[in-house]
Design a protein around this ligand. Structure first.
Ligand code: CAA
Length: 440
């Protein structure tokens, strides 16, 4: 059995995130992820190096992208002998990829690797309709001309013109992510004003972070974008309050619909990567360590048969992880809670603050705790930056690792100080949640 080693986050690189059908409308997943990876290679002097592995993925993937990540490695400046493969855990993909690479490093199976994710809603895959596809398969599998002609008689002129587009909907319920979040918002009584306050803070904090150069060594300009295209530094409570609700507007309770295009993350294109390594590998390559990935957890909720919110699985994953780590919810300097929707972040916090919920559902004696809001998403999150599904995890890991490193440097002035800690929480479709702890 190998010894468990500490896993270092060395750094990250992403491209600015673009609005759907915005600046990256003509870019593919492969183009974007290759650019993000090559930026990482350039930043850390990895050209020609053979890494342990590269793990990444996309939520919306074309059939042509058989092993997208391997194609990306072959198109990058890494040694082509670097193994690579795709994973998919919805919006948890980037963080799950990070955990996979980290686990192999911890077990001594590899010394360094890259985790990443990419998504485009502009270049989404289109499938031909099911009936047409089945007929084409039958024609191509037919062995004789007669059989082929017989299969071809099932073709109908309208079939080729009815493509199937991917829907941002949960297969088991047919509801969109936003509709699910609206149900949860109503269950938890999350009001419009609180959602807009969180949204405004996200934009203001992301803008401030860009202004002070925080992202200078995390984001590489691409196709004319130097910062996230969705960022609206000039947004205001008045502008947000003027937007009309877009989710929860049908059926019972429509009068209380609170979710708008402002307080929902937008459809986004983008890619991110993170370099992870053993401490020895980082030292051998003269690369400073930003932070360490110490714990992770994945949970799932039964949103199909029960009354659990689709995006509420992190509510369960976090306390389990805290119990294993011997920590409480308030033992953190920073909280990175992915902002799929402002209402979902606020419902998550409300659940942890509810004695009743924590007793009944989490088996605790009382509330899990209340977090200090000034420590939440201090450099903005998905409401402002956008949310290219699989790329969000890498954005968050790299951002938090750098934040912890900066903070440790500033607060200790070089002296040994208490460890700095950050919590990552990402909700994913399918009723799942991926969470992790970074320490410095
Ligand atoms: C998938 C997983 O596994 C887990 C998850 O993360 S779940 C989350 C997955 N993601 C989603 O579900 C995406 C949800 N978002 C959407 O579907 C779409 O963005 C949306 C339906 C909410 C809005 O779409 P849209 O109408 O095309 O947005 P958009 O045109 O940008 O904005 C509408 C208006 O609001 C305005 N607006 C948006 N944000 C604003 C802000 N912060 N301040 C001021 N105005 C704003 C825009 O300017 C626009 O105004 P005009 O019509 O006057 O131009």
């Amino acid at each position: 059995m190998e010894t468990v080693r500490r896993v270092a986050v060395v750094g990250g690189n992403r491209i600015p995130f673009a609005r759907s059908n915005g600046r990256y409308a003509d870019a593919s997943n492969q183009d974007m992820l290759t650019t993000a990876l090559d930026g990482l290679v350039a930043r850390f002097g990895l050209a020609g190096q053979r890494l342990g592995e590269v793990v990444a993925g996309a939520v919306l993937k074309h059939p042509r992208d058989f092993n997208l990540t391997r194609e990306v490695v072959l198109g990058s400046r890494l040694d082509p002998r670097t193994p690579a493969y795709d994973i998919q855990q919805a919006c948890g993909t980037g963080l799950e990829a990070t955990i996979l690479v980290a686990n192999k490093i911890a077990l001594g199976q590899i010394d360094a690797g890259v985790a990443g994710g990419v998504d485009t809603t502009s270049d989404a895959p289109l499938a031909v309709n099911e009936e047409f596809r089945r007929t084409l398969l039958k024609i191509s599998a037919s062995r004789t001309l007669t059989a082929r002609l017989r299969a071809a008689t099932r073709l109908r002129p309208h079939q080729p013109f009815l493509p199937e587009t991917p829907r941002n909907a949960e297969p088991r319920t047919g509801l969109s992510m936003g509709e699910h979040a609206a149900i949860t918002a109503r269950q938890w009584g999350i009001d419009r004003h609180s959602q807009d306050v969180l949204t405004l803070a996200s934009h203001q904090r992301l803008a401030a972070a860009y202004e002070r150069g925080f992202f200078d060594d995390l984001v590489t300009p691409y196709l004319g974008l130097t910062r996230d295209q969705n960022l609206r530094p000039d947004t205001s409570m008045e502008k947000l309050a003027a937007l009309r609700p877009v989710f929860g507007t049908r059926g019972a309770g429509q009068a209380e619909a609170t979710m708008t295009a402002g307080n929902s993350s937008p459809l986004t294109d983008g890619a991110s990567t993170v370099l992870l390594a053993s401490e020895e590998w980082a030292a051998d390559h003269h690369l400073p360590v930003l932070a360490y990935l110490t714990f992770s957890e994945v949970a799932a909720v039964d949103f199909v048969h029960g009354d659990e919110g689709l995006l509420m699985a992190p509510v369960y994953a976090v306390p389990r992880m805290l119990a294993r780590a011997g920590l409480s919810l308030t033992d953190f300097d920073y909280y990175e809670i992915h902002e799929a929707f402002a209402s979902q972040v606020l419902a998550t916090l409300a659940a942890w603050e509810s004695a009743e919920f924590c007793k009944e559902r989490l088996g605790l004696d009382g509330p899990l705790g209340t977090i200090d809001r000034s420590k939440l998403n201090v450099n903005g999150s998905s409401l402002a930056a956008g949310h290219p599904f699989a790329a969000t995890g890498g954005r968050i890991v790299a951002t938090l690792a750098k934040l912890l490193a900066e903070d440790a440097r500033e607060s200790a002035g070089g002296r040994a100080a208490r460890p700095r800690r950050g919590l990552i929480s990402i909700c994913a479709s399918g009723g799942q949640g991926v969470v992790a702890i970074l320490e410095r």
